[in-house]
Design a binder for this molecule. Structure first.
Ligand SMILES: Cc1ncc(COP(=O)(O)O)c(C=O)c1O
Length: 1002
């Protein structure tokens, strides 16, 4: 058959190509591979020529009107026609036409399905619809099942759906459709594509190029209908099985509106029409399933639509106003009039409490200015009752901001996803007036009680009242008052009028207001559909624009200027500008879109909007960010004094004794410094003082710090672009990387073979008449790619180095202090006792501490030289913090937690490796983990772009990880040791999603 159509392509278009059959329900479709690929469409026998003509002309029409549109063109035949009629092998007449082939995958199979794609699609669709406004064709007026205006044909067919709940759902959709039908009928009808479903949208993207809509295809369902039907149909497919359907839909509609402005009335139709399209599609496939009972695909294809219609991811009562807001249209028709009236009446409303609010100070509870609660995942009763204690030292009255991001809302119902680091509702969209329990509250204007109730849950609203108001022209709006006294609320009944200035409630006490410091939460709303009685008082930062349209700044009702109560958060862009101006270019920021982080707790961090991030990258906060014991010990010591090692202080020996208790006996002398770099610098001096040599042997790709000496021994830096190059006294040996190196896991002698490479380095010292000082290695090379050398490697290297007169330095900056779970130090895993151990980063949990531990002999050799002194190294503060960190690791069982959580993470990563070809290797101990990503498992070609993609997408999902290795293809996972099941599960689940995307994109 293919040969026949191959000849047709040649005879009709003069194209010599190879044909591959593609899917098609009624017609034959072929991919024609030649110089430029095309798609041959062979219509079903007896297909009307008008039908093909309509599509060809419409495509041409669009492409003429919009030059850069992603609609593949029609290839004219040799005789200049858009299509032709030919005879097939059975002697039947068939219409044939040829289309350019658009690059890309079906949207349905493409990942990630981003809002950026929704935005592009909205824009393309709008351009298409605009272009088609003056397209006329007799074939457009079609009565058929996919004409959404006639979608209520399903009313007689819903009986085919067996589940009663689903039938009811369809009936509700149909009822709504009946209500909008007259509006729909009044709208102009123009040519529309009418089937922009997820298989008719083509998308391309790579690991480095953002996804792009490359084509909208298949005009076979075109008809004349209101343009809004086209948009609703596209929306119906973008929302399916998407984690953020609302964002996809609002983005699509807003982008369409930007290109081809919609009216509010049209926007209101999107949601009911979208549901209607899904309903039609479902009833159609239920019918097909009855006709084709053996085709399981028909049933499977219904599932996403049912899932969507039956789920609660979209607030159905609010989606209309959400779509309006996204388009910049008023959320309710009279919004502007109400706001203008409120502004014009500012100053004339009754004061809501017996105080001059303009004289009361503002107080912030924002992420940036408040540390209440200490744990942003759990506010204690004590903390809730003392909110703003710092603001009310003299006077209990103060005002809390509107639009302020806060970490106060810690209960689970503020979370918008399953994880601790999921989005959550942080931004306050009311205004709080703090004061004393019993303070009377007066109605700012005439009102009717819309709701009065009591929420008894801890940290809920307590006594709650909603009033409805009307402007002189009858526009309705609402105010809400929360945290009130129970008795005052119980006195009110729904429908009861309240006069302007009437005291209708009082501030509740702690036992009746949800347990908060006494205040009234005051909020304005222009619409209350879908908000229930207890309106959200705090919303997600991503939804702030919408919510501030529904619940605008209520300052006018308080007779205050808007600016007084509007919170102005610290500006990330300004901070970035300042950073670029004030610092050097090589002071790098992580991520193309840098993050500003203002708070932390254990293994989570929070940005200026209170958005949480799971910190799976930072090993410095070893016992967790903002550990209360570290806070306490630091504050305590700073209250006392902070001085240096020239004076006696018990904290110095206490820290040293604790640290040495973890070390082999031979390592008995400590030197305290301020960083890993300084400790390594000192290690070089000690090694040289002890041996009289200068030369050092060290593995390639190592990193030991940013000082001159440390850079000299850090191949990762001196060999980097613009680096200073390898000093003649530094001798590199290959990293003992058993996945990528010269000797791999399958070689039982690999440890010895890697160790033997030391001999070559030692002879090169001899050759240059140098003298060996020592060997330094990160016990598990980290920037080299989270490498775990084979057991037996270091014993053999140490033996060679010692035989040559050198000392052995174990750099444990990354690996020490229990991170490895099974071992307190990495050298224990290698069963060696080093001569010098260098510690840094985690030992101060963020406070700058470095430590060198060595033998008495080496310390004595060093003591032959001049006095050793470090101004800040070993300060009382540092020693107390260092000791506290070590105590916390022990007392909180963090090494064991690293073992258990690390084990779980490694197991999960190995499972991912089974499922994803692009994971070449997973390795690690405890919470020191590397995932080597590859373009090809056989060649082990480094997947540098994959790693970059994964790291950035993990960040989009609020997980911080890093990448390392000479080719920067190894994911580095090393969270604070506090990580828990929630964190580990989140990493694994999100990584699965992201690896799926990377698999599609590469
Ligand atoms: C293995 C290793 N050694 C030393 C250092 C230097 O430590 P610091 O930056 O505290 O000087 C680092 C820092 O990243 C490191 O990773």
């Amino acid at each position: 058959m293919t040969a026949h159509w191959k000849n047709t392509v040649f005879d009709t278009w003069g194209i010599k190509g190879d044909l591959t059959r593609l899917d098609g329900e009624y017609d034959l479709n072929f991919l024609v591979t030649s110089e430029t690929d095309t798609i041959l469409k062979v219509m079903r026998p007896r297909c009307n020529a008008d039908f093909v003509e309509m599509q060809c002309l419409a495509i041409q029409h669009i492409r003429t009107a919009v030059l850069d549109i992603a609609v593949p063109g029609v290839v004219a035949t040799l005789s200049g026609d858009l299509f032709s009629q030919v005879t097939d092998e059975d002697g039947q007449q068939r219409m044939v036409w040829l289309l350019d082939k658009a690059e890309g995958h079906n949207y349905a199979c493409f990942r990630p399905q981003t809002t950026c794609l929704a935005q592009q699609l909205g824009s393309i669709l709008a351009k298409m619809d605009k272009a088609l406004v003056d397209f006329k064709h007799d074939g457009l007026n079609r009565d058929f099942k996919w004409n959404l205006m006639q979608g209520d044909w399903i009313a007689n067919e819903t009986h085919a759906v067996t589940e009663p709940a689903r039938r009811e759902l369809l009936d509700r959709i149909l009822q709504k459709f009946q209500q909008i039908k007259p509006t729909l009928a009044d709208l102009p009808q123009t040519a529309i594509h009418n089937d922009v479903n997820d298989y008719n949208i083509l998308v391309s993207g790579t690991l480095t190029e953002a996804p792009k809509v490359t084509g909208v295809i298949d005009f076979g369902d075109m008809c004349a209908a209101p343009r809004i039907c086209d948009l609703a149909i596209a929306g119906a497919y973008l929302v399916l099985d998407h984690a953020q359907p609302e964002s996809m839909l609002t983005t699509l509609v807003a982008a369409y509106h930007t290109e081809y402005a919609l009216t509010s009335a049209e926007v209101d139709l999107v949601w009911p029409l979208l549901q209607m399209r899904l309903a039609v599609s479902l009833v159609n496939s239920v019918q097909m399933a009855i006709k084709n009972p053996d085709d399981p695909y028909v049933v499977i294809s219904q599932a996403p639509a049912w899932r969507f219609l039956e789920n609660h991811l979209i607030n159905k009562a609010q989606i209309g106003s959400n779509l309006r807001a996204a388009c910049g249209l008023p959320v309710v028709d009279n919004a502007e009039r109400i706001l203008n009236w409120l502004h014009s009446e500012r100053g004339n409303f009754s004061a809501i409490i017996d105080q001059d609010l303009s004289a009361i100070p503002m107080g912030s509870c924002s992420v940036e200015s408040s540390t209440n609660p200490a744990n942003p995942f759990h506010i204690t009763s004590q903390e809730a009752t003392t909110i703003g204690a710092e603001h009310n030292a003299n006077d209990p009255f103060w005002i809390g901001y509107y639009g302020e991001p806060r970490l106060l809302y810690t209960e689970k119902f503020f979370r918008l996803g399953p994880w601790k680091a999921s989005d959550r509702r942080t931004v306050h969209i009311g205004c709080d007036i703090f004061g004393v329990a019993g303070t009377p509250v007066y109605a700012p204007l005439n009102a009717v009680v819309e709701f009065a109730g009591y929420r008894q849950e801890n940290l809920d609203y307590g006594g709650l009242i909603m009033l409805s108001h009307a402007t002189p022209v009858g526009d309705r709006f609402y105010t809400l008052y929360g945290h009130l006294s129970k008795t005052s609320v119980e006195k009110l009944t729904v429908g009861q009028p309240i006069a302007k200035g009437e005291a209708f409630t009082t501030f509740g006490g702690l036992d009746e207001n949800g347990g908060w410091s006494p205040h009234v939460h005051f909020q304005l709303a222009l619409a209350i559909d879908g908000m229930a009685e207890d309106w959200p008082g705090a919303v997600a930062p991503e939804q702030l624009y919408f919510w501030t349209r529904i619940c605008p700044n209520p300052a006018s009702l308080l007779n205050l200027p808007d600016e007084k109560i509007l919170f102005q958060p610290v500006n990330r862009d300004k901070t970035l500008d300042a950073r670029q101006q004030l610092f050097g270019r090589n002071l790098k920021l992580s991520y193309a879109e840098p993050i500003m982080l203002l708070r932390g707790w254990k293994h989570h961090l929070f940005d200026e909007w209170g958005r949480p991030y799971l910190d799976a990258y930072n090993n410095v906060p070893h016992v967790g960010h903002a550990h209360p014991r570290i806070q306490a010990v630091a504050a305590d010591q700073l209250k006392r004094m902070n001085s240096n090692t020239r004076y006696l202080h018990p904290s110095q020996s206490a820290f040293a004794e604790k640290l040495l208790s973890k070390m082999p006996d031979k390592l008995s002398v400590c030197f305290f410094v301020n960083s890993g770099s300084e400790a390594n610098e000192l290690a070089l001096r000690l090694a040289r003082a002890h041996t009289g040599g200068k030369d050092m042997v060290t593995p390639n790709h190592g990193y030991h710090g940013n000082t001159t000496g440390a850079i000299d021994i850090s191949a990762y830096k001196f060999n980097a672009k613009g680096g200073i190059g390898q000093p003649d006294w530094v001798h590199l040996i290959e990293v003992a990387d058993e996945y990528r190196g010269s000797y791999r896991r399958e070689d039982p002698n690999r440890a010895e073979k890697y160790a033997a490479l030391t001999d070559r380095a030692l002879s090169s010292i001899e050759k240059r008449d140098g003298k060996l000082a020592g060997f330094i290695a990160e016990t598990f090379p980290s920037v080299g790619g989270q490498i775990i050398p084979p057991k037996g490697y270091l014993p053999s290297v140490y033996q060679r180095i010692r035989a040559a007169g050198g000392v052995c330095i174990a750099e444990e900056v990354q690996t020490g202090l229990g991170r490895l779970g099974d071992y307190y130090f990495g050298f224990e895993q290698q069963a060696v006792v080093p001569d010098i151990v260098v510690l840094g980063k985690p030992i101060g949990n963020g406070h700058p501490i470095g430590v060198l531990v060595t033998t008495r002999e080496i310390a004595d050799s060093f003591a032959e030289g001049p006095e050793y002194f470090s101004t800040f190294g070993g300060s009382n503060l540092s020693c107390r913090i260092g000791k506290e960190v070590l105590d916390i690791v022990d007392e909180e069982g963090l090494m064991e937690n690293a073992r258990v959580m690390g084990g779980k993470l490694l197991k999960g990563l190995h499972d991912l490796q089974t499922d994803f070809e692009l994971i070449g290797d997973v390795r690690g101990y405890g919470l020191f983990i590397g995932v080597d990503l590859v373009n090809d498992r056989n060649t082990r070609e480094a997947g540098t772009q994959i790693a970059d993609y994964v790291k950035n997408r993990m960040r989009d999902h609020r997980i911080l990880i890093g990448s390392e290795g000479p080719a920067d293809n190894i994911l580095k996972i090393r969270p604070p040791l506090t990580i828990d099941d929630d964190g580990v599960d989140m990493i694994l689940q999100v990584m699965r999603v992201v690896l799926n995307e990377a698999t599609v994109l590469r």
